[in-house]
Design a protein around this ligand. Structure first.
Ligand code: AMP
Length: 543
């Protein structure tokens, strides 16, 4: 027997309609690429999203067509999220930090018909355009006054504000199957070509509900939310959807991602909640310490995308009064998979014990099931010790990559293999120990490079650390620690190594330390260990 409830498809346009109706006056504030600030309300953003949908229709965009964006977190990008997906097309957010060859590959693979881009990226777009034959028009996301006099782009460059000005704001968002594609995001592809993850309206809405839960973002109509995580990287972790769902004031930092610009915005706009990768928070912490600053309103922070060392959690909590929640996810998981929020029985533990738990990646959020398995695919116990391949499944987890592989092949076991290696403890807290290809196998036992890195950055002289496995005659592989020293500090290899005493099993201690000026990173800010392994190929361990 079927239930007798309304069959209203979940659609992205429903989010902005809701915010425009019930949070009409709530603001969206943007630091503009052109300089200065822009400020309007959800009601106004809805009207402009409808103008944009009319413009897209006039440009011949149909349901399912891919429309690219190369843009910062701004109100115009927000309108594109809603205008494109809302009218039935696919909003393809492109990460400008990828190599130009990867960008060309992605735009051609997606067969984008239009690409909207910020002024910052004009020189990049001039290089890409001749190599992207499917793109019929390039639209510069600015007003007439900031349009360049000439560009080398083939054909006319369209002006975003002119496109909107030519349209009225009457548009009825179409109703369609909630499983229709809404947006497309390519993985950063450190080893292979990037792969497209094609989200649906349904997966996006379910992810948005899950992200809003108290043990996740816990955001409400009383919150002021600033996503530092870019809208070109897994939909800014879903914040541009969760904010209108919950009626949060939204603050968009544009290209101003340095600590001083962020701090200014936090204070100016009364931000209560923010989200970004650890590197951003390390930079902010250093800035706050140097300038002896405090936050007036900021209370909650999500850190994810890379492992969050306990030292960072502790510093924000004890020095700045900000609670950090550690989250794990992937482009393939929309992206939230787990968030680390303590359970009530853990609140009586000592602060350091609590920080140790909080530096784990956390518990599965509703909508995500996970397990760890051994090489034979056998499920491993939740004892916090057994390491295994992490598998996930759920309604906002990828089923297939876009136009890649045999349909059904990727997840034929019913699970998506994340490529991460993890433990799960008896309380259900998952901890990533490595990417499977980064695991160090010493004498048949695994050593977690992430744990060694987290400990190293707890040393006051260490700015950044990476651990890779290097060949060893007896143990087959041993850990090599590579560090960047904090400016103004000095430290020896012996001092760093003795810092590990008592913190890890003695056989985990790296065999050697190398000092470098900087470490290589991917387009999404992760350590590029493939490069490090190349740089240190043939490295010979002494002793
Ligand atoms: P991306 O698809 O670019 O977001 O990258 C996803 C990958 O980033 C995951 O498979 C993990 O290897 C890594 N990652 C994400 N969040 C964390 C975290 N909190 N701790 C450790 N690694 C993480």
């Amino acid at each position: 027997m079927l239930g007798l409830m309304m069959l209203e498809p979940l659609r992205i346009a429903g989010l902005i309609e809701h915010a425009a109706k019930w949070h009409a006056d709530t603001e969206i504030v943007t630091r503009l690429v052109e300089g200065g600030f822009h400020r309007y309300t959800y009601a106004a953003a809805h009207r402009r999203s409808k103008q944009l949908a009319n413009a897209l229709t006039e440009l011949g965009i149909n349901w399912g067509d891919r429309v690219g964006t190369l843009a910062w977190n701004t109100h115009r990008h927000f309108e594109l999220y809603y205008g494109i997906s809302g009218m039935g097309a696919v909003c393809h957010t492109i990460n400008p930090r990828l190599f130009p060859e990867q960008l060309v590959y992605i735009i051609n693979h997606a067969e984008d018909r239009l690409v909207f881009f910020d002024l910052t990226f004009l020189p990049l777009v001039e290089r890409l355009a001749p190599l992207c034959p499917t793109v019929e028009a390039w639209v510069l996301m600015t007003n007439r006054a900031h349009m360049p006099e000439a560009t080398t782009l083939p054909g006319e460059v369209r002006c975003y504000e002119d496109l909107l000005a030519a349209q009225n704001d009457e548009f009825v968002w179409p109703v369609f199957d909630e499983n229709m594609a809404s947006s497309l995001c390519y993985t950063s592809g450190t080893t292979d070509q990037p792969k497209g993850v094609l989200y649906s309206h349904r997966s996006t809405l379910l992810h948005s509900y899950a992200a809003s839960l108290p043990d996740c973002f816990n955001c409400s109509a009383r919150d002021v939310v600033l996503p530092v995580v870019p809208m070109f990287h897994v939909n800014a972790w879903g914040i541009p959807y969760a904010a209108p769902m919950n009626g949060c004031k939204l603050v968009l930092p544009g290209p101003g991602l340095d600590a001083a610009s962020l701090y200014e915005l936090y204070e100016q706009e009364g931000v209560t909640f923010t989200a970004g990768v650890p590197t951003i928070w390390f930079g902010l912490l250093q800035f706050m310490r140097e300038k002896k600053l405090r936050f007036s309103t900021l209370k909650n922070m999500i850190v994810g995308g890379a492992s969050c060392p306990p030292a960072l959690l502790k510093a924000f909590d004890e020095e700045l009064g900000v609670t950090i929640r550690h989250a794990w996810g992937m482009t393939e998981t929309s992206p939230l998979g787990t968030v680390c929020t303590l359970k009530s029985q853990q609140l009586s533990l000592s602060p350091d014990e609590q920080f140790a738990i909080q530096s784990k990646q956390g518990r599965a959020i509703f909508g995500v099931d996970m397990k760890i398995v051994d090489d034979e695919g056998q499920e491993l116990p939740h004892d916090g010790v057994a390491f295994g391949d992490l598998l996930v499944r759920g309604p906002f987890i990828v089923a297939d990559y876009y136009r890649a592989g045999e349909p059904g092949e990727l997840t034929k076991s019913g699970w998506f293999r994340t490529g991460d290696v993890a433990t799960i403890d008896p309380n259900g807290f998952m901890q990533i120990t490595d990417r499977s290809k980064d695991v160090i196998k010493s004498g048949g036992e695994w050593i977690s490079s992430i744990e060694l890195e987290n400990l190293a950055v707890g040393h006051p002289a260490v700015a950044e650390a990476a651990v890779i496995g290097v060949p060893h005659s007896k143990w087959s592989e041993r850990p090599l620690l590579i560090i960047v020293v904090r400016p103004g500090h000095e430290v020896t290899a012996e001092e760093i190594l003795s810092f590990y005493e008592g913190k890890v099993a003695s056989w985990w201690k790296p065999n050697a330390v190398e000092f470098v000026q900087q470490l290589p990173h991917t387009a999404t800010g992760k350590l590029l260990k493939t490069q490090l392994r190349k740089d240190f190929a043939g490295y010979v361990l002494g002793g």
